[in-house]
Ligand binder design. Structure first.
Ligand code: ZN
Length: 247
């Protein structure tokens, strides 16, 4: 085994034996890898504070191509400390880690880590977590090979007179193809394209009305159910959380 430094984000942590954890880490260099953090559940161990989900850093490891690598130390780049202290932020961050873990099993694109880090950074800085999660969800559909049709009508390809957005049609619907699908606001039709094309790094504010947020969120929930085969249990938790906040 050789010592290597890799840049990565911890997606999941699983207890192992008496005092250790196995970390599932999305790395720039090797994609998703398993890393054994020996003894880290002992509070006196130097790996204790850093062997948790959402830690982003440079991992110094004994790298093993097949099987588990072994952690030596982590130099933290971002621990997303504000997110960890906030129930709403951590709920969305957990959903993002859960989604990322499932998506990277289906595609080996090395762009995903950067997209996810950009999203988590903006959530940590205090920008609208639901809108940011939706932006990431929309962008990840591309890597799953099921991007929606939001440049033109999903039926006829026309770019004129788009009247609504429907997941069972796969995206935009124009006036001529409209067949009593539920209508969404004009703002939602425009905003979802902005979500798709925006560079997350460049977002400095995200003022989105509740109506637009709900319409885009509902579209994406339904779209994921229909076309991706992914199931996120953290989504149910967020739905419950949103209901509590509304009451
Ligand atoms: Zn059409």
């Amino acid at each position: 085994m050789k010592i290597e430094s890799v840049e990565g984000l911890i997606l999941t942590e699983t207890n192992y034996s008496e005092s250790s954890k196995i970390l599932n880490v999305l790395t720039k260099e090797h994609g998703l890898i398993g890393i054994m953090s020996k003894g880290c559940r002992n509070p006196k161990n130097k790996l204790h504070g850093v062997s948790r989900k959402l830690i982003y850093g440079t991992f110094n490891i004994y790298y093993k191509e097949k099987g588990l690598s072994t952690l030596i130390s982590i130099d933290i780049i971002n621990s997303f400390s504000k997110t960890v202290m906030d129930l709403e932020k951590i709920s969305y961050a957990s959903l993002i880690l859960d989604l990322t873990n499932q998506v990277v099993k289906q595609t080996d694109s090395d762009e995903i880590l950067e997209l996810v880090i950009d999203t988590l950074t903006k959530i940590d800085e205090g920008l609208n977590p639901i809108a940011l999660t939706n932006i990431l969800e929309l962008k990840l559909l591309d890597y799953l090979g099921v991007a929606p049709s939001i440049d033109a009508c999903s039926h006829c390809g026309s770019t004129k007179d788009i009247v609504t957005l429907a997941s069972d049609s796969g995206g935009y619907i124009c006036k001529d193809c409209y067949n009593n699908e539920p209508l969404v606001s004009e703002k939602t039709i425009k905003m979802i394209r902005m979500y798709y094309y925006v560079d997350i790094k460049n977002i400095t504010k995200l003022d989105v009305s509740d109506q637009v947020t709900n319409e885009i969120n509902n579209f994406l929930d339904d779209y994921y159910d229909r076309y991706t085969g992914l199931y996120m249990k953290s989504k149910n938790f967020i739905r419950k959380l949103n209901q509590i906040n509304k009451n």
